[in-house]
Design a binder for this molecule. Structure first.
Ligand code: 5GP
Length: 194
């Protein structure tokens, strides 16, 4: 566990650590090994979504032992900073790379209803990649609205709770926690800490 002042200050808002740092890191290594095996010789392009997936993609790519290309998109999926998925997604930054005839792996931090992933898949599919799959760190399967997402790599299935840390935020805070934690209810209900 990192022991910086900032981190310990954030801890007071955390009700429970859902996935400790060591468990996260071990699972990310396993995912990296599986991707290395499956994509050998294919020079895949890993497409990640800002900002939530940055910690995950940084660790995941370092656990991958084959040549890969890395690219980023930025979206905003929530209006008003609440915790409910609006289903409305705005593309803030497009890819720099061409993905036509490339093997594309969409790397997500969390899939909840699946609406965001579904929007991104449509956008990427229109560019005719050779293959298109999803790797998500967290999956709230019980909340899924969109069926048939090609989730081939899944870190952890989690219950229907609002989590923060390891890239995931609440009102732009808590991303720098090294674990996945559940926020205390009064933080969510009280309209946040900003
Ligand atoms: P979906 O469109 O699948 O319902 O939602 C996906 C997006 O909702 C994620 O990329 C993430 O931004 C946000 N999200 C869903 N559940 C959580 C959660 O438990 N914690 C945080 N911080 N964001 C979440």
């Amino acid at each position: 566990m990192y022991r910086s002042m900032e981190t310990s200050e954030l801890l007071k808002d955390i009700k429970e650590i859902l996935i400790p740092e060591e468990q996260l890191q071990a699972r990310v290594r396993e995912l990296g090994e599986a991707i290395s095996r499956d994509y050998r010789g294919l020079n895949p392009i890993l497409v990640s979504v800002l900002k939530g997936a940055v910690y995950f993609i940084a660790d995941l790519t370092r656990a991958i032992s084959i040549p890969i290309t890395l690219d980023f998109m930025a979206i905003s999926s929530y209006s008003g900073g609440g915790t409910a998925s609006s289903g409305v997604v705005r593309l803030l930054k497009d890819l720099d790379e061409q993905i036509t005839e490339r093997h594309v792996l969409l790397v997500e931090d969390i899939i909840d209803t699946g609406l965001t992933a579904s929007y991104l898949l449509r956008l990427l599919r229109a560019r005719n990649p050779e293959s298109l799959r999803i790797c998500t760190l967290l999956d709230k399967t019980s909340r899924r609205i969109v069926e048939d997402l090609p989730i081939v790599y899944r870190g952890f299935e989690i219950p229907d709770v609002f989590v923060v840390g390891y890239g995931l935020d609440y009102r732009q805070l808590y991303r720098n926690l090294p674990f996945i934690g559940i926020l205390r209810e009064e933080i969510l209900e009280g309209g946040g800490v900003v």
